[in-house]
Design a binder for this molecule. Sequence first.
Ligand code: GLY
Ligand code: MN
Ligand code: MN
Length: 425
Amino acid sequence: MGLFKNHIEHISAITTAALAHAGYDGLFIYSGHPVNNFMDDMAPPHSINPHFKWWVPVPDVVSSVVHFVPGEKPTVYLNQPADFWHKVVDNSQGKWAEHFNVKVVGHYSELPDFKQAKNHAWIGSTELQPLAAEHTNPEKLINYLHFNRIQKTDYEIHCIGEANKLALKGHAAAEAAFREGMSEYEIHMAYLQACAHNEHQMPYGNIVALNENPSVLHYQYQSRERYAAVDLKSFLIDAGANYKGYAADITRTYAYNDGLFAEMIQSMDEKQQQLCQAAVVGQDYVALHRQAHVNISEVLREAGVFTCSAEAAVESGLSQTFFPHGLGHYLGLQVHDVSGHVIDANGTVKSPPKEYPFLRLTDTLRQNAVITIEPGLYFIPMLMQEIAGHNDVNWDKVDELIPYGGIRIEDNVVVKAEDSINLSR
Ligand code: GLY
Ligand code: MN
Ligand code: MN
């Protein structure tokens, strides 16, 4: 458990510096609580404040508060209502708890009066805001903490690695279900079962897309229909897992039969691995994104889709029609983890270049940042129409490939000075 001890020491030091930077003596972090749907008494699944999860590795916590004062052991007020409506899971025990003063709270009235604390800030969703608005999520404090969340502790890397192991079990089960001819919905269920996750535990909604459906980038529909083997062509699955609040975010693409599309996947996989290897400390991520455009254009040229050189396809902007999203993002407590466009602790923003507006990470890579590398190429009919008749495209090949939808391959990489670590292989 040295890992967690070191993690708490590290984030205590960061938070101490953050409070000094923003001029506060202490901090409350609120887990959040379920908020009912509009005109209803049902709430969507609760999503814990990531700042709270950074400290307390307990799932399903609601209405709980971390109190941190520099130099003191942090306190966590852990809500365990003694009622007959819910199962009370005693989550106050465990090795993690040794690093906190754990105060189990059975009712809201047992919480301290936060307003009495001198010169404190509050981090949390604003349905509950006991401190003045200016001390609730103050920008200077948040910017400092968010920037420092980029570089993960060994504990966090371990958690993201465990989430990857779980997700890979799901991916293996999903591929098997695809080969057996299951529907998108059945593949999705096979995935969940293999990871032993329920829907609410997933870090994001699974993308489970057969045949032409990978061309819908955030394809959310899970068809119940099975295809006959003769009609099955391709399968893209973008699905993660969750370990102690940390996410995995992995995408795989499969061809049902050998042939051109299978060869394109193979080529894409090799090039994706080269990009993963290039993701080392000091690498400019915007430059890596541009390199991905070159790589993808090479796949398309080899496949006979592009008749121009890869470099020409990138230069003219043609490749953007086939690869319209970014190469990746930070990963951690949030799937699209914070600070992707931020280059310092003051929150200075570096926007993506005009030609790549959807790029979620724009800085040079830092030691122990965890990132995704997820190049994709797609045959999106709406975008194909925009360049209809383009001279550098073999349109017969496009027609041949539209029924396969597209390819994305996504891994999670820990950035190191050399030999960055791929957690997804
Ligand atoms: N699964 C969301 C993403 O890849 O960014
Ligand atoms: Mn993904
Ligand atoms: Mn991703």
